[in-house]
Design a protein around this ligand. Structure first.
Ligand code: ADP
Length: 374
C-alpha cells in the first residue's frame, strides 16, 4: 500500500513473536511501527510519540487491553485502536468496539490478508477525515481572504466615488483649491487600488510560474530616486535618505518590477514606523550582485516571525492603528526578486526598526547589447 504521509502504528502485545512478525509485515507495507509488550512501555511510547493506530491485545499481563486504551486515550486522544482477541474473550471485544476510539476487533490467530485490509480501511478512512479537515480550513481561509480583499478594494473605491461625485455635483460651489484636493484624493486612492491589483496579478503570475521579465541595464540610483519621489507624493511624514549613488555598477533588472519591489518595501517602512522617522535606502556591490537595503526606525519584527512574512497573506500582530494591508507586498517582493535570480531577507533587532535586503545581478557589458526578455 502506498501512503503519502507514513502512518504510525503501535503494536501492544505480550506475545513477543506475534508482535515481531506483525511489525515486519506492517513495515513491509510502509507503516512506521513501534512495539510495546506491556502497559507501562506502551504509555511511555505514547507519551513520546504520536500514533495514528494502536493494535492492542485484549489480554495483557498487567492490565486488560480495553483498560489500557482508556489510559492511552488520555495521553493521546487522537489515536484509534484495533483490538486483537481470542475466541474466549470475543464478547468483551465486541463490547469494547462500542467504545469510541476502538474501531474494530480481529480474532486470533490473525488472518493476515483480512487484518491488513482492515488496517488499510481504518487508515484510509482516517486520512480522508484529515483531508476533509484540511479542506474545511482552506475553505475558511478562502472566505477570510475574500472578505479581507473586498474590504481593501472597497475602501479606496469609496473614497474615489465620493470625491468624484462631490466634484460633479458641487463643482459650481467649490473653490479651485477644494476641487484640487478632491481630485488629488481620488488620484491617490486610484494609485493605491491600481498597486494592489498589480500585486495580486503578480502573485497570480508567480503561482502559475509565468513571470516573464524585460531585463535591461539599470542605474539603481535613478530607479530608487523615482520610487522615493512616488512614495513622498503619497506621504511626506518621514525623512528619506537615499545612499545609492557613487560608483555602483548597473543592475540587470526589469524596471517596473524593480520599482514594485522598492515601492512595497518603502511603503512598509512608512506604514510600520512612526511619523518623523528616518527611512534609508542604500546599496553596495557584493561579487556578482548588488545588495540593496531599505531600513526604517519602526516597530521591528520578532525573529520568530521573520521567515513567515514572505508567505502569502501573512500579517503580524505588530500592526499599528489605522494601518491596513492584506499581507501581499512582501510575498510579491520575494517572487519578483527570485525571478531575477536574487534573494530577499530581513534583519530586525527588537523594536529598533527593520532592514529589508535584496540582491540583484550586476549587468556585465559582455552579456548582450540590448534588453532581454525571459
Ligand atoms: P501588508 O503590509 O499588506 O500587511 P506585507 O506583505 O507587505 O503586507 O507585510 C506583511 C507583514 O509584515 C505586515 O503586516 C507587517 O506585520 C510586517 N512588516 C512588513 N514590513 C515591515 C516593517 N518594515 N516593519 C515592521 N513590520 C513589517
Amino acid at each position: 500500500m502506498r501512503m503519502e504521509t507514513q502512518v504510525r502504528v503501535l503494536i501492544i502485545d505480550d506475545d513477543v513473536d506475534l508482535a515481531s512478525n506483525l511489525r515486519d509485515i506492517l513495515e513491509g507495507e510502509g507503516y512506521a511501527v513501534s512495539v510495546a509488550h506491556d502497559a507501562q512501555s506502551a504509555l511511555t511510547l505514547c507519551d513520546e510519540n504520536t500514533f495514528d493506530l494502536g493494535i492492542v491485545d485484549i489480554k495483557l499481563p498487567d492490565v486488560t487491553g480495553v483498560k489500557l486504551i482508556d489510559r492511552l486515550t488520555e495521553v493521546s486522544p487522537h489515536t484509534e485502536y484495533i483490538i486483537m482477541t481470542g475466541y474466549a474473550s470475543l464478547d468483551s471485544a465486541i463490547e469494547a468496539v462500542k467504545q469510541k476510539r476502538i474501531v474494530a476487533y480481529e480474532t486470533k490467530p490473525l488472518d493476515m490478508v483480512r487484518f491488513l485490509s482492515l488496517i488499510e480501511q481504518v487508515t484510509k478512512r482516517r486520512q480522508a477525515e484529515e483531508d476533509l479537515v484540511a479542506l474545511r480550513k482552506l475553505d475558511q481561509l478562502k472566505d477570510e481572504f475574500m472578505s479581507l480583499i473586498s474590504h481593501e478594494l472597497r475602501s479606496p473605491l469609496t473614497v474615489i466615488m465620493g470625491a468624484v461625485n462631490t466634484a460633479l455635483t458641487e463643482y459650481t460651489r467649490l473653490s479651485e483649491q477644494e476641487m484640487r484636493q478632491l481630485l488629488s484624493d481620488a488620484s491617490y486612492e486610484a494609485e493605491v487600488l491600481s498597486h494592489l491589483l498589480g500585486d495580486l496579478l503578480e502573485l497570480a503570475r508567480a503561482q502559475a510560474g509565468q513571470i516573464s521579465l524585460y531585463e535591461e541595464p539599470l542605474d539603481i540610483d535613478e530607479v530608487v530616486r523615482d520610487t522615493v519621489a512616488k512614495i513622498k507624493r503619497q506621504s511626506n511624514a518621514h525623512h528619506f535618505m537615499v545612499r545609492t549613488g557613487g560608483k555602483l555598477p548597473l543592475v540587470k533588472a526589469d524596471r517596473l518590477r524593480l520599482e514594485r519591489i522598492l515601492y512595497n518595501l518603502l511603503d512598509n517602512a512608512v506604514k510600520y514606523s512612526p511619523a518623523g522617522g528616518d527611512v534609508k535606502v542604500f546599496a553596495r556591490e557584493d561579487g556578482d550582485c548588488l545588495v540593496i537595503g531599505v531600513s526604517d526606525q519602526g516597530i521591528g519584527i520578532p525573529l520568530e516571525d521573520q521567515q513567515r512574512l514572505f508567505e502569502p497573506f501573512q500579517r503580524l500582530g505588530n500592526k499599528l492603528e489605522g494601518v491596513s494591508g492584506i499581507g501581499l507586498g512582501l510575498v510579491v517582493c520575494q517572487r519578483l526578486v527570485q525571478a531575477h535570480g536574487g534573494r530577499i531577507w530581513v534583519e530586525s533587532a527588537g523594536k529598533q526598526g527593520s532592514t529589508f535586503y535584496f540582491t540583484l545581478p550586476v549587468f556585465r557589458e559582455t552579456e548582450c547589447d540590448g534588453p532581454q526578455v525571459r
